[in-house]
Design a protein around this ligand. Sequence first.
Ligand code: UN1
Length: 513
Amino acid sequence: ATDMGIDKALKTLGVVYINEGTSTGTNSFSSGSVIESYSPVDGLLIGQVKTTTQSDYEKVMDSAISAFKTWKIMPAPQRGEIVRQFGERLREKKEALGALVSYEMGKSYQEGLGEVQEMIDICDFAVGLSRQLHGLTMHSERPGHRMYEQYHPLGVVGIISAFNFPVAVWAWNTALAWICGDVCVWKPSEKTPLCGVACQNIIAEVLAENNLPEGISCLINGDYRVGEFMTKDKRIPLISATGSTRMGKIVAQEVAARLGKSLLELGGNNAIIVTPDADIKMTVIGAVFGAVGTAGQRCTSTRRLIIHESVYEKVKNALVEAYGQLRIGNPLDENNHVGPLIDLDAVEMYKSALEKVVDEGGKIVVEGGVLLGKGYESGCYVKPAIAEAQPDYNIVQHETFAPVLYLLKYSGDVENAIAIQNEVAQGLSSAIMTNNLREAERFLSAAGSDCGIANVNIGTSGAEIGGAFGGEKETGGGRESGSDAWKVYMRRQTNTINYTTELPLAQGIKFDL
Ligand code: UN1
């Protein structure tokens, strides 16, 4: 177990405990109704925040817009220095923030720490990037002309994040946006508002120490109605939203209606293809972590295993055995593998998925169920389940944010497995387990996986921050985090300079006066 008790963690993070009032988080201006945050770990009330009203929101936007004036003209490497300090502060507070993530969201303490590590990693990445916001130079077709492009800050970036990664997804966006010269307004999930307050407190401290306006980082609280203040606000050129496909479709339309840009990270329906000569031990580790890690609440969680008939029974038996060893319970106790779901609604969706798969003809191989009794008082702990199913079942086509894994069988060539893998509406993460070079390359080729992430001999979850993260189709098409994902946070400008005394026109056009 962690020696970072939750009281100590909250104190370290400046988050107000329930008996002592309401957490505001600096620069949140919130004055609306109260959101209470209950822990799915023990069902207890942790704390509360106030929602942001429309007039609070106007104050937030004023502070963001005014901060942008200072921030956008600061040299990018100096902005990088602020992000470096933020990363340092995260290193100091890693245990406390990891514990709060674990307690408020329900993922294991190890995974809570892992999430903070992703924040630290993206800060390091952003610091280096702050000296590499490169544009190209081109050769002009006109004599005595120089042509090049540069990237300028975009403005206020709106970030809407989900409960399952309550701190890391914000950091992926905000660390890049900051070095790009943008200021950010963040609406964390209303299911994990205290994580938002904790992060805001950390960055506010760094900004104050550097005499910078806190409007560089703003926090707003509430549900989708508060998100709507941003999606409809034409002062916000970019909205980055993570969550369900249903939410993403609404956000995309609202932002598109005013010709804003959106970066969407939506649902996944991620599969691992298990080929005849897959390493079964590696397959089981990858599949079990992918399916039950974070209680199946990652957008990269493994939902489907597409197994060749020749190894089907072997893989199934190994999985049943592995599931038998899973310890479900308090995620702050490091002996447990699986923590609770986020809330009782999530438990209902889990139960309904298991009913549906049976209704459609599926067969349960590892029984699910809600856990009751001592240690499970919150009502949010469920048993990870496995069902044998057919690829075209309605429920298999659907993303259920819970530890439910579907076993699908294929025969013949790997192409058949790839076809099943691609036959869903979502396109986030995918994997193949094989020692056969031809199969692996086929899976990665243009005729292979249609997902944003395609792995060989690795599961579907646990991507590193250095690559671009995101997916195709109903996953929304956005890319954030590593590679050149930064470009979406900037506006590109093409510059042509004439250093002659003539004014030749492009395309050889003559216009003599
Ligand atoms: C998410 O679930 O929204 O690849 C993000 C992973 C993590 C991030 C998941 N690095 O599983």
